[in-house]
Design a binder for this molecule. Structure first.
Ligand code: HEC
Length: 144
């Protein structure tokens, strides 16, 4: 009789835990286990096929265009105004940074050098290193 009582008690505790667990899951997450069509659509949108090489080619092209864009400055000057034969005069130069600059009188990196040209003679706004236009200018210079 005693053993039967303990046996019943164990089973009822087990059943109670099992049922309350199910109820808790139901209350906390009513959509659990159901694949919602909207979430699978969102996922599809995120997996866009893209070609990294194509993006780099586009960035290089943008950089080339920025070289003759007077909107980067406020004096009507462009990079081409001073670096006319860009391919010849600047080829292989960007890879030499960081290096000592006579103008800045310290060791500077490539972004600093481009911003020197942008802000001093061109009287434009300095571009932040993570600005897509700065990346494009750097990509173009590196491609020369
Ligand atoms: C008014 C003329 C002028 C304009 C406009 C100009 N630069 Fe320069 N740039 C210079 C001069 C002068 C130097 C050389 C500075 C030095 O030797 O420290 C130079 C140096 C550079 C260098 C480093 C070359 C090396 O040998 O290390 C890069 C890269 C560069 N310019 C990019 C640009 C870009 C990009 C633009 C346009 C956003 C631009 N420059 C606009 C005059 C100009």
């Amino acid at each position: 009789m005693k053993i039967n009582f303990i046996y019943l008690l164990v089973i009822s505790v087990f059943l109670f835990c099992f049922c309350s667990h199910k109820i808790a899951i139901g209350v906390e997450d009513p959509g659990a286990g159901i694949a919602s069509p909207s979430s699978s659509l969102e996922l599809k949108g995120k997996i866009e096929p893209f070609d990294p090489n194509l993006l780099l080619t586009e960035s290089i092209q943008t950089g080339k265009e920025l070289f003759s864009d007077p909107k980067l400055g406020s004096e009507g000057k462009t990079c081409i105004s001073c670096h006319s034969d860009t391919a010849k005069s600047l080829a292989g130069k960007i890879q030499t940074y960081p290096k000592f600059s006579k103008i800045a009188k310290k060791v500077i990196n490539d972004v600093y050098q481009i911003n020197l040209c942008l802000t001093k003679p061109m009287k434009g706004q300095a571009l932040s290193p993570d600005d897509d236009r700065m990346s494009a200018i750097l990509a173009y210079l590196k491609s020369l």
